[in-house]
Design a protein around this ligand. Structure first.
Ligand SMILES: Cc1cc2nc3c(=O)[nH]c(=O)nc-3n(C[C@H](O)[C@H](O)[C@H](O)COP(=O)(O)OP(=O)(O)OC[C@H]3O[C@@H](n4cnc5c(N)ncnc54)[C@H](O)[C@@H]3O)c2cc1C
Length: 312
């Protein structure tokens, strides 16, 4: 979200952008996973569950996404709760169509020489680029930034994240709960009937997320151990009614799920033209990731439209 929001803002000023993302497809922490199960193709928004809108600029963006059909309200979760349509990653997929994005490209580092910035990938170096922007969770950003700007890396190191173990569970029949989502309760921070969100189809599918403390204490545990524990925790919510037969169960470890955040907004070193954006520069919400990217894009566009000698 932050990287593409930054790219969108830069494109408004005519700055060409290239993005590299290690993911198989668009989403990051707004990803959706589709799984073939004995009950049909189940879909799970296993990261962010919904997002809210407070900033007027983001409100305009969400209105534009709604007009394009890639987000819809989810009134069940709150008066101002929005979700991607037909999956959480839909707005990211939509934004990515406007840019050159290379998925399945793991960035191992950045290098800088007299020609500019180079991106180190499994397949070799890509570049040179006039500027480089790091839009990763803070812990991953810190190691890439550290070689070039220690002050930026230090900010990234202060914005620690909490992990989140998430189970994706499909059932042969509906779970006997009178509601489609539950917040808190025992070891869980959240459980939602993903298949009941607007725009979804497929079999009964639940996303079950453990709270930060429980997830942190079991961070290195195997997903095969965690999955049944989260299934059990969901079962306890049915108050003895029990769960129907399970068609699919996997657990995903979000190592850097929810950032504590900082109040920097975005970071930009105009001498070496290196920047950073992401939720960790504001707070742990989709809207704040978008705002951070947008802020950085505006700042970088100012410098990129000047000849190098005048910048900084
Ligand atoms: C379980 C969970 C629940 C959440 N619930 C909510 C919620 O209900 N509401 C809400 O508003 N927010 C929620 N959030 C937070 C929200 O998802 C994030 O704040 C937001 O999506 C962060 O966007 P970002 O662009 O900063 O980072 P990310 O989405 O993490 O994007 C970073 C990108 O960098 C890529 N990447 C990482 N390392 C590399 C590398 N070395 N090379 C190349 N690419 C790399 C990743 O693939 C990813 O696409 C939740 C997050 C999680 C994990």
């Amino acid at each position: 979200m932050a990287g593409l929001a930054c790219a969108d803002r830069l494109a408004e000023d005519g700055v060409a952008v290239r993005l590299f993302d290690k993911g198989r497809g668009p989403g990051g922490r707004m990803s959706t996973r589709r799984v073939e199960t004995s009950a049909g193709t189940a879909s799970f928004d296993h990261g962010a569950q919904y997002f809210t809108v407070r900033d007027p600029l983001f409100r305009d963006q969400v209105d534009a996404w709604a007009a394009a059909g890639v987000v819809v309200p989810w009134p069940e979760a709150g008066a101002d709760a929005w979700i991607g349509n037909p999956a959480m990653n839909a707005p990211i997929r939509h934004m990515a169509t406007a840019h050159q994005v290379d998925f399945q490209h793991h960035v191992h580092g950045l290098q800088r020489d007299s020609a500019g910035w180079w991106v180190r990938l499994d397949t070799g170096m890509e570049g040179p680029f006039d500027a480089a922007i790091v839009a990763l969770p803070s812990e991953q950003a810190a190691s890439i930034l550290g070689l070039h700007d220690l002050a930026m890396a230090r900010v990234a190191m202060t914005a620690r994240s909490q992990p989140c173990w998430t189970a994706m569970i499909a059932f042969d029949e509906p779970v006997d709960l009178p509601v489609d989502h539950v917040s808190g309760g025992g070891i869980l921070s959240w459980a939602a009937r993903n298949s009941a969100k607007p725009g979804r189809d497929g079999p009964e599918a639940w996303v079950v997320q453990a709270n930060g403390a429980w997830s942190a204490a079991r961070l290195e545990e195997s997903p095969h151990v965690i999955g049944p524990l989260l299934l059990d925790a969901l079962g306890q919510m049915t108050g003895g009614a029990g769960l129907p037969p399970v068609a699919h169960l996997t657990a995903h470890r979000w190592r850097f799920a929810m950032t504590r955040g900082t109040d920097n907004g975005a970071l930009w070193n105009d001498h070496i033209r290196l920047g950073a954006c992401g939720d960790w520069l504001l707070g742990p919400r989709v809207e704040l990731a978008w705002l951070s990217g947008r802020m950085l894009g505006a700042r970088v566009a100012q410098d990129m439209t000047l000849p190098l000698a005048e910048s900084g």
